[in-house]
Every structure is written in C-alpha cells, then in structure tokens.
Design a protein. Structure first.
Length: 285
C-alpha cells in the first residue's frame, strides 16, 4: 500500500507530511512524497531553464522533507510538472499506485482548523482517491500513530462503501472503530424536527451499523456505536469525545460524480469544529 503526500515546503506541507507518516506507520504503508511544479516559462528564462531551476529547488525541498521522516517509514520522492497543480497531484498519486492522498488543510477560506486553499478545494471536489486532510498544526503533534477511527454514517447512498473503508482501516491498523449516527436539527426538514421518533430511528440505525461492523471485524478489534445529537451538526460532533490520534472518515455528497470526491455540507460543517484529521471517501457508484 502507498500513500501519496502532496508536499509543499510550507507549514501546511509539513502538516501533511506529519499526518502521512502517522497513517503510513499505522497502516503499514509506504510514503510517496511528491511535489507538482508548473511548466511556466518565467519572465527571463527559457522554458527549459525554468523547469531545471524549479525542479532543482523541488529536489532540495524534498531532500529536506526526507529528513523529517522517521527511519521506520519507507519513503520515495517524486516531482511532476503539470499545468494544473490539482490535476498533477491526482495524476502523480495514480501513477505511483497510491491508495490515499494526504494534503495539508491550511491555505485559504477559513474552516477553523482547516483552511482550504484552491488546490485542496479542487481535490475535495474531484479526486478519485480518498483524501486525508491534516488540520493546521498537525506538524507540532507528538502523536505517532492512529489511536482510533470514527466513521460518520448516514442512511443515504454510499454508507455501505464508507463502512467498508472504515472497517478495512481498523483491521489494517488494529485500532478501535467508532460508528456515529448524527441527529442534528439542521439536517432535518422542519416538519421532522419535533418528531419524537427521530431519536429512536437514529438509535436503531446505530445498532444496525454496530451489528454490521461486528460481523465483519475480528473480535480483537473493538467497535462501538453512538448517536450524536444537537441543534446543529457542529454541536452534535463537538459533543463527542475526541483524543489525539483519532481520525474521522466521511463520505462524499450525493452530488459527487461516480468514483469522485465531493465534499458535502455535513462534512464541511464537521470540519469547522474538528481538530482531528478527516479522510473523505469518493462516491463509488
């Protein structure tokens, strides 16, 4: 298994690298750390000269990145030259055979611990692979491996595929699985908000998820289900217990094209309040 880290010599890039190391160690994966540079001709350089200069600089940055990676994690480094950084990251991740892309969540429009720049924003609305987003400040964390995986599961299309991903991750990393069924008023139509059956339905859904996961996981992997309630997604998710080393897995919006990511409104709301890494999974069908 390979994990592609979209690296930049910035704080956000180092956040991504730190998360990549944590995931690689936990999943027994190899890191492929890559930089995508533009084929810009520059103002005073020929196209060939510019590419040589920028590639040499990328080589130096990647060499520095290697020094930040512990000896117990296998790593390779890659440079790609593409017109579009987003398309280049996707192409490079597919070229090296990665199962997951890791990017720094620090860069542009504010989402609390995640500030999504244009490149990451492009990835979360088009990538064909799961995308792990590192919150701002991940580089300063002392956590060395994943502690547990949380899966936020609804009842819509894609829930089964998301559960498959969460179960597989827990099996590979030998960590507990927490299944979350959200009951947030802002997710419900106004006519349903006062319905006393909503909580009972969520509890039944949580039990169904639990039974399904237990049937797939070995007895050595602990699994629990919880119902998160609140007037909003943000408050419901904030009410859960979060510890360093936790990772949350979320599905794509039903608006996503087949086998593509599309960050939905629920996942975006969770990102506003979470300080743990989020992995967004593409829609399968």
């Amino acid at each position: 298994m390979k994990i592609y880290v979209a690296y930049l010599a910035t704080d956000g890039g180092r956040d991504a690298l730190t998360l990549g190391v944590m995931l690689a160690r936990s999943l027994g994966a190899e890191l492929a750390v890559g930089m995508v540079v533009p084929p810009d001709t520059g103002a005073a350089l020929t196209a060939g000269d510019f590419e040589e200069v920028i590639t040499d600089a990328a080589d130096d940055w990647l060499a520095d990145a290697r020094h930040l990676i512990p000896d117990d994690v296998a790593v390779s480094t890659h440079i790609g030259i593409y017109d579009s950084t987003t398309e280049g990251i996707i192409a490079e991740a597919e070229r090296v055979g990665a199962a997951l892309i890791v990017a720094g969540g620090s860069g542009g429009g504010l989402l609390a611990n995640f500030t999504l720049g244009s490149v990451v924003n492009g990835l979360i609305h088009s990538a064909p692979l799961p995308l792990a987003l590192a919150p701002r400040g991940t580089r300063e964390s002392s956590v060395t491996s994943v502690r547990s995986i949380t899966a936020a599961l609804g009842t819509g299309p894609g829930a089964d595929e998301l559960l498959d991903v969460a179960v597989a991750g827990c099996q590979r990393a030998h960590v507990p699985l927490r299944l979350v069924s959200l009951v947030a008023l802002d997710l419900m139509p106004s006519r349903r908000r006062a319905d006393p059956d909503a909580l009972a339905e969520a509890a039944a859904h949580a039990q169904e998820l639990l039974d399904n996961a237990r049937a797939r996981l070995p007895e050595t992997v602990a699994v629990e289900s919880v119902v998160a309630t609140g007037p909003s997604v943000e408050e419901a998710v904030s009410g859960l217990d979060w510890q360093p080393g936790d990772v949350i897995v979320a599905g794509s919006s039903r608006l996503a094209a087949p086998r593509r990511l599309f960050l939905g409104s629920t996942a975006a709301k969770m990102m506003r309040v979470l300080a743990v890494p989020m992995i967004v999974v593409p829609r399968e069908m």
